[in-house]
Ligand binder design. Sequence first.
Ligand SMILES: [Zn+2]
Ligand SMILES: [Zn+2]
Length: 222
Amino acid sequence: MEYLVLFLAVAIGYILAYFFKKKGIKQMPQILAFSGAFLLSVTLFELLPEVFESDYEHIGLFIMLGILLQIVLDFFSKGAEHGHVHLHSNQKTFPLLLFISLAIHALLEGFPITGNQNMLIGVVVHKIPIAMILTLFFYKAGFKPIIIGVFLLLFALMTPLGTWFSNEVDMLKQYAVPVNSLAIGVFLHVSTTILFESSKDHKFNLVKLLSIILGITIAYFL
Ligand SMILES: [Zn+2]
Ligand SMILES: [Zn+2]
């Protein structure tokens, strides 16, 4: 069930973006601000207390490593995990580096979802706008529909695969706390970057601020 929901998050993002590919989506900044605030809140309210309940010693270190990992992945994805894509190549072939960095990110995102329904909702809310942004970008940049389709299909499979690994691979269960801590680092980096970039130039925007407050409030009452 959770595998299907995770897959559908990308599919829904893709379909929405497909229909709006001509007009674009004007509300994207507000949607992103909401999803960032929501993901950050679920991470702080659910996942963080959960890992600290264990008596594993190096949680802080693994969270930091997760942040560092996402910084490195960002060099290759150019920010696609948090809402903007820049590819500076005129080749319209499969963007392999972008895919690999997104795939590692998405795979890791799948691990903490095991047995944590609120985390599932958090990742779904985060994934829909990211899939929309990717799809809109690919169409705008003139990629072939088949490449867009294959890219998003493979991308959609990565997070369910991560969840499946953490559900089914016994060896990984032993490492659930460090792996989830790594994921917390990734979530912290991505969600705070979304929030940071959503107040570009420090301009006050009431709708964005309300989207952020709404994201926090809903996550709190989950
Ligand atoms: Zn960025
Ligand atoms: Zn993500």
